[in-house]
Design a protein around this ligand. Structure first.
Ligand SMILES: Nc1ncnc2c1ncn2[C@@H]1O[C@H](COP(=O)(O)OP(=O)(O)OP(=O)(O)O)[C@@H](O)[C@H]1O
Length: 362
């Protein structure tokens, strides 16, 4: 194994009244784009601040390039951070804002200006160098903040919800821009976001946190299709979790009994009868049928939600369980899926994903 570029080693942060980050381990390779996600208050920003040196860990270690960062102040780490609020200086021009970190490094005035103008050019802001920050749009300010972070040519860029203040259209444009910069610069990006779409569009790997713990680290498609536990399955949103108990093992399949009926779930290992057999079926894997005499679970359409060209259908199963099903518009119309409509739900057993038993890997 090559030495990771950034290594979080049992990194821990306690505030007087809150244990924000609980002994987390994470290896980040040089040049990776890592997105950290999780519900509000789970410790994402604290983790980023620990990497930046804006906060000191209570315990554990953080290494960058193999060197421990314990006691190394933020200004000596060259790990700049871009925030949603940007923290640009309103009394400086655009060029002076970008050049500011170089001034801190005592770089000469001519060189500072040259490098600031190069970065402004690179971010599509050539010609705006002498403007005041107040004379820029939200998207342009975001670019200034990114130019200012990159002007010292760091090997890591930390971003804390950088796009959340922008409107949807601009957000997508800036995502493309960040992706391009990441590719061109080849440096490591660590990106905190609560927007799944951003994390999926940008990241090589996603880290899911909850209550100060890391719940799963993996490629976006793996976290989505193969959640490590019930928390991740539910956090990803478009999963249906069925809690059940193992009733038998049959050639790579578990027979699972639940309040919704008996199901077959693929497995790599056998499990003893009576043990947990919780599994997940993704919303886009559920098949709906109008024929109530056919096989499947009976349910009633509660309502629909538009998400671009697909819709999420919320279906109530007897006993109060709610299912989410993702369908294309034409399928919705073909089945006339209006609230109150009765439907049968089904899926191919091969698409069910067995959750690992707590404390084990799959
Ligand atoms: N300086 C501090 N003093 C005390 N508690 C703090 C401090 N900073 C953060 N916390 C607490 O630590 C927890 C984690 O905070 P953090 O900002 O890392 O969460 P987050 O996952 O980034 O949340 P959000 O998505 O809302 O920004 C929160 O409960 C927060 O109130």
């Amino acid at each position: 194994m090559p030495t990771p570029f950034i290594a979080l080693d049992k990194l821990d942060k306690r505030y007087p009244d809150h244990h924000a980050v609980k002994s987390i381990d994470l290896d980040i390779e040089a040049g990776e784009f890592i997105a950290i996600m999780g519900p509000s208050g789970c410790g994402k920003s604290t983790t980023l601040r620990l990497i930046a040196g804006l906060d000191e860990p209570t315990d554990g270690d953080l290494r960058i390039g193999g060197d421990s960062m314990r006691g190394v102040p933020a200004f000596q780490r060259n790990t700049p951070m871009v925030w949603q609020s940007l923290a640009l200086f309103p009394f400086l021009t655009v060029a002076e804002n970008v050049a500011f970190p170089l001034r801190m490094q005592k770089v000469g005035a001519a060189e500072r200006r040259k490098r600031a103008l190069e970065w402004l050019d690179r971010l599509g802001l050539a010609g705006m160098a002498e403007r005041n920050i107040a004379q820029l749009s939200g998207g342009q300010r975001q670019r200034v903040a990114i130019a200012r972070a990159l002007v010292t040519e760091p090997s890591v860029l930390l971003l804390d919800e950088p796009l959340s203040a922008l409107d949807a259209h601009l957000r997508v444009r800036m995502q493309t821009e960040l992706s391009r910069l990441h590719r061109e610069l080849g440096i490591t990006f660590v990106y905190v976001t609560h927007a799944q779409s951003e994390a999926f569009a940008l990241a090589d790997r996603i880290v899911i946190m909850s209550e100060g713990h890391i719940q799963q680290v993996g490629r976006p498609q793996d976290v989505y299709r193969a959640p490590a536990n019930a928390f991740v399955a539910e956090f990803m949103g478009m999963n249906n979790l069925i809690r059940g108990e193992v009733r038998g093992n049959d050639e790579g399949m578990l027979e699972v009994g639940s309040t919704l009926g008996n199901f077959r779930v693929p497995t790599l290992t056998t499990r003893p009868e009576g043990s947990r057999g919780d599994f997940v079926i993704a919303a886009d894997r559920v098949v709906l049928a109008a024929d109530m005499e056919g096989p499947g679970i009976a349910g009633t359409v509660l309502g629909l939600e538009f998400v671009g060209s697909t819709q999420t259908v919320f279906i109530e199963i007897e006993g109060g369980t709610e299912f989410r099903v993702q369908k294309q518009q034409h399928e919705i119309e073909a089945l006339d899926l209006v609230p109150g409509r009765q439907v049968k739900l089904n899926w191919d057993s091969r698409h069910a994903w067995l959750l690992p038993q707590p404390g084990t890997t799959h």
